[in-house]
Ligand binder design. Sequence first.
Ligand code: NCD
Length: 304
Amino acid sequence: MRHLLTPLDFSVGELEQLFDLATAIEQDRPRYAHACDGRILATLFYEPSTRTRLSFESAMLSLGGQVLGFAGADNSSASKGESVADTIRTVSCFADIAAMRHPKEGAAMVAATYATIPVINAGDGGHQHPTQTLTDLHTIRSLKGRLCDFTIGLCGDLKFGRTVHSLINAMSRYDDIRFVFISPPELRVPDYITEMLTEKGIPYTECIKLDDVIGDLDLLYMTRVQRERFFNEEDYVRLKDFYVLNRRLMKQAREDMYVLHPLPRVNEISVKVDPDPRAAYFRQVQYGKYARMALILTLLGIEA
Ligand code: NCD
């Protein structure tokens, strides 16, 4: 039995197969419409979510399967003190596969230890968010036709943003990737990540101003400041509007530089940028659904 806890749980070759499957699903929806008939997906969300949970549910329903779950810890026995281990043992009796989001780093790993069904990490604290990374990689591959030879800028909250951590991990396995980390000093990418890049000989630079580097980028990955992971509100208020990607900045960017964002957006991208053909964040949501459909089929071992 297989789980997805970090993006590295799939080899580069397996990811290629998964993205090919996602593209095949997009091109021939009827062929996959009953692939999961009789199967059940549980969504166990201890933290808020719009896209990830609904994307999983929509993915399973579009495969002919069914869904059950909870959308907040308050609605589950967690509020009575039940452990993740006991909850997942219970859910294993009701569902064939589970997607779990939890505020604690490592919670999905604990769940996988006790589960008798595949567990998908849908975000564990500030740690990892591998299905957002599948979404991001599938989007990049679909828009650019490749996953190598990019200068990718990651901008915003690089300290607490789990989508950032997962994406860097995943992209560090492709050839000729150059990272540009754009953040206020307080929200720098964690040392364990820069150490990993140094060890692997992958080039990266760090800077504070987006203006200085936007013209060099092939891809720009914007993120919101992660308010819920701050220790005090004052720091959040000071940093929340540090970056606002606007039309002026987009004029300095290359004609083929796509802007990605895991969403939700707060203020970090002006809505005036939305009509720009390089703004790819809503297309990214659509690609995410196909990536999750492919993931569900792969983890359940279903060939359609
Ligand atoms: C992200 C998350 O939950 O980490 N959202 C998502 O799943 N697309 C990003 C965020 O909340 O900022």
